[in-house]
Design a binder for this molecule. Structure first.
Ligand code: ZN
Ligand code: FE
Length: 256
């Protein structure tokens, strides 16, 4: 595979923007467009011109830059078909299992309902990269604004089945508060304790905690761990289904 440059930058208060640049074809893609100005200056810093915006879901903090950036650059906007009418400037709507050709590589669409009704998570298998929007956060997951706990759990299970060396980029820097919540439900998880220490050190220096490896998420993210005996014991849900335990963790987090 030819080189792919990945540029992560902060937007708004706690959103992340990501630019992908395929050196072979000189094409540039923005994962979401949280804010036109931040995307514009990231492009200028790198000397890249925008060809595509790949939208994860319809929330304003992920699409606000779509129309101004499209007007300036003529970029194409691609997003999930189930939310197409709510995504400003969309040109191409894609469904689960469809593929978007970005330069010489393929971006696979995984439909992950839960946070909203039909968000897409984008997987670049050749590069081991996953762009999860607000579906999966490091040590956390998105709130259930439009979907149910069972829908979200099914979505997360699809992501859990990807290769453990997959590097995950998420829509927000929520890792430290997620980690503190995670410790409240699974304090005996030694890997979690260690990861939270690392995250505290990164955040003290205002460094990003992303990308996060899927293997480490499987070991530390309570929303991917409803099968954990310790979590089940703490929630007094020894015999419940995984999605029910997941739902209970989500409700606890909403109240925290
Ligand atoms: Zn959102
Ligand atoms: Fe968001």
């Amino acid at each position: 595979m030819p080189e792919l440059d990945v540029h992560l930058f902060t937007c708004r208060s706690d959103n992340y923007g990501v630019l992908l640049h395929d050196r072979d074809t000189n094409k540039t893609l923005s994962i979401d467009a949280p804010e036109a100005n931040a995307v514009r200056s990231a492009l200028r810093d790198r000397g890249w011109s925008l060809d595509y915006i790949l939208t994860t879901h319809h929330h304003t903090d992920h699409v606000e830059g779509n129309e101004p950036l499209k007007a300036e650059t003529g970029c194409q906007i691609i997003g999930p078909s189930g939310e197409a009418e709510r995504i400003p400037g969309i040109d191409t709507a894609l469904d689960e299992g469809e593929v978007f050709e970005f330069g010489s590589r393929q971006v696979q669409v995984i439909s992950t309902p839960g946070h909203t009704i039909a968000p897409s998570t984008y997987w670049l298998a050749q590069d081991n990269l996953l762009f999860a929007g607000d579906t999966l956060f490091s040590m956390g997951c998105g709130r259930l604004f439009e979907g149910t706990a069972e829908m979200m759990w099914n979505s997360l299970e699809k992501l859990m089945a990807l290769p453990p060396d997959t590097q995950i980029y998420c829509g927000h820097e929520y890792t430290l508060s997620n980690g503190e919540f995670a410790l409240s439900v699974e304090p005996g998880n030694a890997e979690l304790v260690k990861r939270v220490e690392e995250v505290r050190a990164l955040r003290r220096e205002r460094k990003p905690t992303l990308p996060a490896g899927l293997g480490l998420e499987l070991a530390t993210n309570p929303f991917l761990r409803p099968m954990s005996p310790e979590i089940r014991r703490n929630l007094d849900m020894q015999d419940a289904e995984n999605w029910e335990v997941f739902g209970a963790i989500r409700r606890l987090k909403d109240q925290s």
